[in-house]
Write a protein that binds this ligand. Structure first.
Ligand SMILES: Nc1nc2c(ncn2[C@@H]2O[C@H](COP(=O)(O)OP(=O)(O)OP(=O)(O)O)[C@@H](O)[C@H]2O)c(=O)[nH]1
Ligand SMILES: [Mg+2]
Length: 225
């Protein structure tokens, strides 16, 4: 519990045995429930996660968005916090983000990776791609969002009821932010965190995922006119 709020952390994982161990070791004690959504990992991700007391859920259909939707459906907390299983997002920042979230009366908080301080954490190409996607999203949805692709969010579980989350893939990350921005009552805020280099093998395909995410933004704009 954090200030009388029940906290669930949801982590999607595809072969992250190295990263998930570090993430779970650093998980703050006040977190009530940790859900790891394993998408058919072929390494020891599930074993390691259960060893640290996480609830491991298996999702047989591949996909980042697909995994999140499954994880959210099992979550019981008042507030859901998300992050990657690769140890690139800081579990130590959860208390700081929750404090800001409650203080600002937010319903959806986006943890921005920018400005990136660790030089190894993100290549120039990735920074540029992220900037293009964030500018595109901001222009299409009339609200400046510095990091449309961040995978770390804090939000009230109840706002999911009024969200139309369709993406099963990497575009889920921008979609949930768009849905939070379009939500009739939710308050959206954004705060910086320290982002670091991932452990383990890269899953992202920058050109494929970047272009798919851009196309997704345009389709979403049309669908949510
Ligand atoms: N469950 C599930 N998780 C996935 C899938 N693809 C990626 N992930 C996880 O989602 C998180 C984000 O994927 P990453 O590969 O780290 O993508 P990224 O953070 O955009 O790129 P990096 O800069 O390489 O970290 C990681 O914890 C992955 O293990 C998938 O198909 N299913
Ligand atoms: Mg990552």
């Amino acid at each position: 519990m954090y200030k009388s709020q029940r906290i669930t952390v949801v982590i999607p994982c595809l072969n992250e045995e190295q990263g998930i161990e570090q993430v779970l070791q650093r998980m703050p004690e006040f977190v009530d429930e940790v859900i790891v959504v394993d998408n058919g990992s072929t390494d020891r991700t599930a074993e390691v996660a259960s060893g640290y007391g996480a609830k491991v859920i298996r999702e047989d259909v591949r996909g980042y968005g697909r995994s999140y939707k499954k994880g959210f459906s099992m979550a019981t907390g008042d507030i859901i916090v998300t992050l990657d299983g690769d140890h690139s997002y800081p579990p130590d920042a959860i208390s700081y983000l929750l404090e800001a979230f409650l203080h600002l009366g937010a319903d959806f908080l986006n943890a921005s990776r920018f400005p990136v301080r660790d030089r190894q954490a993100m290549s120039f190409k990735h920074k540029f791609g992220n900037l293009v996607l964030s500018i595109a999203m901001s222009l299409l949805f009339f609200r400046w969002v510095r990091d449309s692709q961040s995978g770390m969010w804090v939000f009230r579980r109840r706002i999911l009821e009024k969200m139309q989350l369709e993406s099963d893939g990497m575009a889920f990350s921008e979609e949930i932010k768009i849905e939070a921005l379009l939500h009739p009552t939710a308050r959206f805020v954004e705060i910086s965190i320290l982002y670091s280099s991932r452990l383990g093998e890269i899953k992202l395909n920058p050109w494929r995922d970047g272009i798919q995410n851009l196309v997704f933004l345009l389709k979403k704009r049309v669908a949510r006119k």
